[in-house]
Design a protein around this ligand. Structure first.
Ligand code: G1P
Length: 264
């Protein structure tokens, strides 16, 4: 099925990227030759989305909006409209996604965390759309994680074996750590949601860290048995930390430039 709208939360202050993010929002940090968030908008456009709703904060939101507005459309983004929405208070990822509720209305939507960039040629959104059973289920992109990452990612509760890359899910737990993790499958920042996630987000209480957690809403979808996972074949690049940003720049740079560029 075709998904026409994507929500891209980009209101994070980027505390792991200080001092680079004292003034510049982390979504605008350069990866090779464009701001990190542009990769997510391009990815949504490749998957056929016509609208990208970017959730920004009050301080820096206008800069992100301006990037996509200045001088007409950017190459690869001719067919997608970027619309900012402001998250006035940093109340968590679930709260950020909820800010897009009015603009998304009753449409299924992709959600892309712009800290994570897909590797060249490894798009996962089409596989999420293909797994959605005509828009009846939400589909989460997953990766099998090693112990150290089980306290850094949301982790899902499987409800079936993996078949053709997909499995049914019964829920999810935010950053459980290796002791409490219900599986090794982590939520890696690409989601396809049915619009009823908004009515769940509207009601859930603050969770881990006192924040409205997207993972808690995913857990509720799982308890209704309307949740599936898709296990991605490769990891996404995490540009939210200094070593991750360096690694992503090298991987993405190598895919674009001749090898001689990297010789000193
Ligand atoms: C967020 C989500 C978490 C998810 C992760 C993916 O955490 O809360 O469930 O696994 O993104 O990158 P954050 O990275 O904002 O701490």
């Amino acid at each position: 099925m075709s998904i026409e709208v994507a929500v891209i939360p980009a209101a994070g202050r980027g505390t792991r990227m200080r001092p680079a993010t004292r003034v510049v929002p982390k979504a605008l940090l350069t990866v090779v030759d464009r701001p990190a968030i542009q990769y997510s908008v391009e990815e949504a456009a490749r998957a056929g989305a016509k609208e990208a709703i970017v959730v920004v904060d009050l301080d820096a939101g206008h800069l992100i909006a301006q990037h996509f507005k200045l001088g007409g459309s950017l190459p690869g983004l001719e067919d997608i409209r970027v619309r900012p929405v402001v998250q006035e208070e940093p109340l968590g990822l679930g709260h950020a996604v909820y800010e897009a509720a009015e603009m998304v209305a009753d449409r299924p939507f992709f959600c892309l965390l712009s800290d994570n960039i897909v590797r060249p040629g490894q798009d996962v959104l089409p596989s999420l759309a293909a797994g959605s059973r005509d828009g009846e289920t939400s589909v989460m992109c997953l990766r099998e994680l090693s112990d150290e990452f089980l306290s850094k990612y949301g982790v899902v509760i499987p409800d079936s074996e993996v078949s053709d890359g997909y499995l049914d899910l019964a829920g999810a737990v935010e950053k459980p750590g290796p002791e409490k993790a219900p599986s090794r499958y982590g939520l890696v920042g690409r989601y396809l949601f049915t619009p009823d996630v908004f009515s769940i987000l509207e009601k859930i209480p603050p969770g881990v860290g006192g924040e409205i957690q997207l993972t808690d809403a995913i857990n509720e979808l799982g308890s209704q048995r309307r949740l599936r996972g898709y296990v991605a074949e490769t990891s996404l690049l995490d540009v939210g930390t200094p070593p991750g940003l360096l690694h992503a720049s090298v991987v993405l740079g190598r895919s674009r430039f001749e090898p001689e560029v990297f010789e000193d």
